[in-house]
Design a protein around this ligand. Structure first.
Ligand code: SF4
Length: 286
């Protein structure tokens, strides 16, 4: 494959130090509907309950209440930023209330800005797969550009088993699994789980994409904030070891409730797929 001339998208060292893997948020959708255990303490809903009048009416008792506002005026934000940047697409772009037309426009912006990397995480993996297939079909294409990374949240084994097969069937160049908040042990690559067999089987059959391309990146983090549920360190260790054995970049974001920081067994694990770089920390001012 020809080497890309596009410089790597960047996350600053200062943000990485805080356990943040994105440089800029891109909120195309406000509001949501809780769908699983990971949503119990949704930080976005908590923020919306506290923040400005723009977000009023989207929450009830601190949780998203199913109202969703699509924000077309924010579509152009990445077009105006020249510096190659890693964007986190916040909230759930694949919520059932978000139209295919809007999803398609968002994908158009991402496609038109290969200098940026976009990480789009969802808990609605089946709808994501459907929407991506529709967008690709309309564009007479068979795979999204390499700068659009699609992923699912897999907070425990049950959600991993529910969402990852749909992710594997989604024709994304980079697929991401976010195990955050980690609410249970997750077996992705250890060979014993049916999920591991599914991933391995696809790696053998889907050419020219190999094992690493099946799952391009794994993020892991504990839950933080009021009422946070603690993460067992052995869950994080197991996921780290599975990723190491499979050669999949592993980003350990935070301990959450259990402890400050993101050091696991004396080491940080802040790996990205190769197309993203951590920018040097700025020199301290004299
Ligand atoms: S899907 Fe995401 S944004 Fe929506 S309620 Fe759950 S955690 Fe919050």
């Amino acid at each position: 494959m020809a080497k890309s001339d596009t410089p790597p998208a960047v996350v600053s060292a200062e943000r990485i130090e805080k356990g943040l893997w994105w440089e800029r948020p891109w909120s195309l959708v406000d509001g949501c509907t809780p769908v699983s255990e990971a949503c119990d303490h949704c930080w976005s809903a908590r923020g919306a309950a506290r923040w400005t009048h723009r977000l009023s009416g989207l929450t009830t008792d601190g949780k998203f209440n199913g109202q969703v506002r699509i924000m077309p005026d924010r579509l152009e934000i990445p077009l105006k930023r020249r510096k190659p940047t890693v964007w986190a697409v916040w909230n759930d772009l694949f919520h059932q209330a978000v139209t295919l037309e809007f999803i398609s426009k968002a994908m158009d912006v991402m496609t038109a800005t290969p200098r940026h990397t976009y990480v789009v995480l969802t808990k609605r993996a089946v709808r994501m797969r459907w929407a991506v297939e529709q967008v690709l079909m309309a564009n007479h294409s068979d795979r999204l550009p390499a700068n659009i990374w699609l992923g699912v949240t897999a907070e425990n084994q049950a959600r991993a088993a529910e969402r990852i097969p749909a992710l594997l069937a989604t024709p994304a160049a980079v697929r991401v699994i976010s195990v955050e908040p980690m609410l249970g042990g997750v077996s992705l690559f250890d060979g014993a789980s049916s999920l591991a067999k599914d991933i391995e089987c696809r790696a053998r059959t889907e050419k020219p994409y190999g094992f690493k391309q099946q799952i391009g990146w794994v993020i892991c983090g504990g839950e933080s904030g009021g009422g946070a549920r603690p993460m067992d360190p052995d869950w994080a260790r197991s996921l780290r070891d599975q990723c190491n054995a499979a050669g999949v970049p592993f980003f350990f974001k935070q301990w959450g409730k259990r402890a400050a920081g993101h050091v696991l067994d004396g080491q940080t694990h802040l790996e990205f797929p190769a197309t993203v770089e951590i920018a040097e920390a700025a020199e301290p001012k004299e």
